[in-house]
Design a protein around this ligand. Structure first.
Ligand code: C5P
Length: 402
């Protein structure tokens, strides 16, 4: 069942240009099974019509506190009680200020006062207005009161400015909504995850690296976050953005990753080594660009630390999960690494198979413990990660009980 199935969402739209994205937002929430009722401020109606939102939501749009017919159909107190969550998107500086002050001078602000449901605010405003002390004070006040603040994003704005203040993309708002309702079975756990490749410098312009998009590690970070874990993501250079809410540690070389892993691992419950760490680094990194002087050249390489094995040999070692990307004899090599690196679990994938593994959006894994194995069938990396995180937790709990 989809996480948003039958969830009752009040979508509050205030008067910002990003309001033009809300019909798509309503459609996407409904696709996930949510029942969406739209409430618009007067300002919102200057950007998008109630008729459009009524058509996509399949429900009458509410826009007035003093409308006798609307109050008869579903009064404002009833609507405030009906909601499982109120999402305000876009949330202008004005609605943020009015909610922070506890005003009830239109339907949307009144609903926010009258509800016990969580309120998610998706700010959308000019970057200067976002940075203004008054707005920041209001956001701090709302955060303290338990409101969820989703965004804002950064980038080019409708007014031509560049900076923080863009409403999050529709996809991100849908993901955050679904994450909000996900089962929080990892609350009080801290996961440290390594992801992406490492880069071993040869000289100031060249490096040695491995294939790795970081997608699998980032998907695991997202899955652990939505299950309520605190997540530290130690990442090599990748081109994708990290899931909202994780503690993000950027590294480049294996040595840097090793240092950060040993710093965070002693305090975590579970360590997942998903990074494609370079096995060797250049013995002597040239300080200047190496010139092409001969037909062949030799580099002396020295072995890097095995990060996951070093974490597994800590006195207070966390629950340890490694990865094995293999091109042949997958089970044999994976089990060898499980034992040699002193891991609790190893997730193996056959990177020789097309359509899965490196750079792909899909993956299939086999999870080995010392005594059993579980197949996670081919699916998107996010679905595989959700499944994997839940299996890791089952093994973690079983180990604690034993
Ligand atoms: O030995 P191999 O590189 O195949 O092992 C893969 C597992 O070990 C992965 O979990 C990877 O993140 C981890 N690893 C590591 N440090 C290294 C090499 C691999 O943490 N230097």
């Amino acid at each position: 069942m989809q996480i948003l199935q039958d969830k009752k969402i009040v979508l509050g739209i205030s008067g910002g240009i990003a309001a033009y994205k809300t019909p798509e937002l309503v459609r996407r929430l409904k696709e996930q099974g949510a029942d969406v009722r739209v409430v618009m401020t007067e300002g919102a109606k200057a950007f998008i019509t109630p008729l459009t939102l009524q058509a996509v939501s399949g429900n009458q749009v509410a826009d007035s506190l003093l409308d006798t017919q609307a109050e008869l159909a579903m009064g404002h107190i009833e609507l405030a009680k009906w909601a499982d969550i109120i999402i305000i998107a876009p949330a202008t500086a004005d609605i943020v200020a009015r909610i922070a002050c506890g005003m009830a001078n239109d339907l949307l602000s009144t609903l926010c006062l009258a509800t016990t449901a969580p309120i998610a605010i998706t700010p959308a405003m000019n970057q200067q207005m976002w940075h203004a002390q008054a707005t920041q004070d209001n956001i701090a006040k709302l955060t303290e009161r338990g409101c969820l603040i989703w965004g804002p994003g950064s980038g080019e704005q409708a007014c031509g400015d560049i900076g923080l203040g863009r409403m999050l993309e529709v996809n991100d708002i849908v993901t955050l909504s679904s994450d909000f309702f996900a089962d929080k079975y990892l609350t009080h756990q801290h996961w440290v995850i390594t992801a992406g490749p490492t880069r071993e410098a040869i000289d100031p312009v060249r490096y040695i690296s491995n294939h790795s998009s970081g997608k699998m590690g980032y998907a695991i970070a997202h899955a652990a976050l939505r299950a309520g874990a605190k997540v530290t993501l130690i990442t090599g250079p990748v081109a994708i953005s990290a899931p909202t809410g994780c503690e993000l540690i950027h590294v480049s070389s294996a040595e840097e990753m090793h240092q950060q892993a040993l710093k965070f691992a002693p305090h975590c419950s579970t360590f997942v080594a998903c990074a494609a760490v370079a096995d060797y680094r250049v013995a002597k990194i040239a300080t200047q660009k190496i010139k092409k002087s001969s037909e062949a050249m030799q580099l002396e390489l020295v072995r890097n630390h095995d990060i996951v094995a070093d974490v597994a040999s800590l006195k207070h070692k966390p629950f340890m999960v490694g990865f094995a990307a293999e091109t042949q004899n997958v089970e044999h090599y994976a089990r060898g690494k499980l034992m040699r690196k002193n891991l609790d679990l190893i997730a193996a994938n056959d990177v020789a198979k097309s359509g899965q593994g490196f750079n792909s959006d899909n993956n299939a894994l086999t999870l080995f413990s010392a005594i059993d194995k579980t197949e996670i069938p081919l699916a998107s990396k996010q679905i595989v990660a959700n499944h994997l995180v839940s299996l890791i937790n089952q093994h973690f709990l079983a180990k604690q009980d034993s």
